[in-house]
Structures are given as C-alpha cells and as structure tokens.
Design a protein around this ligand. Sequence first.
Ligand SMILES: [Zn+2]
Length: 231
Amino acid sequence: MAWHKDEDGLAAKEKLQRQLEQRKAKGEEIRLFVPPKGKKLATEFWGQAWQRHLEGLADYESRLPRGRSYLRQGNIYNLEIARGLVTAEVAGEYMYEVSIRFTTLSGEKWDSIKQACAGQITSMLDLLSGKVADGVTRVILDEDYTLFPRQKDISISCNCPDWAGLCKHSAAVLYAVGLEFDRAPELFFTLRGVDHRQLISAAEKSISESSVGDLTIIPDDQIAGLFDIDI
Ligand SMILES: [Zn+2]
C-alpha cells in the first residue's frame, strides 16, 4: 500500500503549492528558505555554535536530527527572527505554523558578559565572524553566562498533531535559524534581546577610561565659566 501513501503525499504537496501560489497572487509575501546544497549545514562561527549548542541539549538529542532532512527538502517558508521569537511556516501534510519563544538574556548576565569581554573585542567584523580571542569564545560558549539559551529558555509551539514537544517542523526551523545566523550573525543578538554593539563599545570604553583621563563631560554653563565667555 506504500504507493497509495506516496500518491497522497504528492497530492498534498501539490495542494500546498497551489495554496502558496494563491496567497502570493493576493499579494502576500511568501519567502522560501533555501536550504544549503552541501553536506554541512552551518559553516560559520555563529551558525555552528548555535547548531552545536542545540545538539547538546538533552531534550532535543533524539528528535533534532529529523529536522535536518526536513530542512533540506525545502519545506520552510517565511522564517522570521525577532527579539525572543522565531516564527516560520513549514510545509508538511498541511501548512504548519511554528513559533519558538526564547527568554531573552537578563540584564545582569549581559552586564557580566560585557565585563568579561571588555577590551578584548576590537572590531564588529571580528565579533560577527567569530574571530575573537579564546577568552571571549569561552565567555560566549560558557553555560553560566547563558548567552546561548538554556533548555528552559526555549518554548516551542507548532500546530501539527505531534505532541512530543520538538516535532520535525520545529526541529527544521531551529536548524534554519542557525543558517540565518551564518548569513546575518547580528540576528543571534537580536533573538537574545541584546545589542551586540555594546560589546565593542564596552571594549572601547575600557580602553578610553584607562588611557584618556580627561574625557569628562562639562555642562555648557560651566564651560562658559571655564573660559569666561558667553555661549
Ligand atoms: Zn510540527
């Protein structure tokens, strides 16, 4: 009876394609997430770190791999990464809506990360490409700093009938997120609710504080007094 099932699967896929075309015709934006062709998924620092991190989470270990093949089949549409939230549509038997919430990083943790990295990240390009000192890499990946979300920070929802928590649709989306981080690493920080530029400014600030002592901001009225002029 396998052929019968395949026929159904094919029909379902064609039906979904038609629905997508109709939505497009109505002016809706439909963006296919194009899967990578090579054997590897993530290839850059942030994407790889994300992938490795997820694969290390005990609850996902057994169910995550199914997402790889699902992603490769080109089933993901309209992937969006925002502050603490990832959303996407995934084509399966039907079109499923995946929404993954992430608790954003606490101000306290972010402050400690900034402190630990102060003076060590000299350029945005280095940070985004992961070309940073070993000490910084350790902070980035350290579980205590929680820059990468812990299991309890992640809450997954998909409207498919699979109630096991991490279904293949959401697993595929989690992998796709890593590939987006490869393409645009700043999105990782967006998702975690922090401004990555602060890692650079924190570094520059600590340099300026130690080497330039006279950067005190003087209010206008006092400047006038200093130079005895009218402003
Ligand atoms: Zn699902």
